[in-house]
Write a protein that binds this ligand. Sequence first.
Ligand SMILES: [Zn+2]
Length: 115
Amino acid sequence: MHEYSIVTALIEECEKFAQQNNANKVTRVSIKLGILSGVEPSLLKTAFETFKLEGICAEATLEMNIQPLVICCLSCNKESIHDQRNIVCIHCQSTDTKVLDGEDMMLMQLELEQV
Ligand SMILES: [Zn+2]
């Protein structure tokens, strides 16, 4: 499943970051989840709860910040924000737009602890 491989990669990233900072416990994982990332938040949460038990993130809570879609209009140069898949400029109704944000998933912040 898509979400499982994402979580595996996410936890690996957390482990690497914790090692670099001499921490052996991650207490909070904060991610940004674009609405166009194709990731289902509830599935991601479940996958995280399942996989974290094996490692350094065992007691970590996952915080998901849903990132709406931000597009920039190439006709009128204004930005629009959509909370669903929609690439039409809200200012001039043009579809000649460029996606600025909301497409990806990103690790934003980690809270570490040294035990
Ligand atoms: Zn426009």
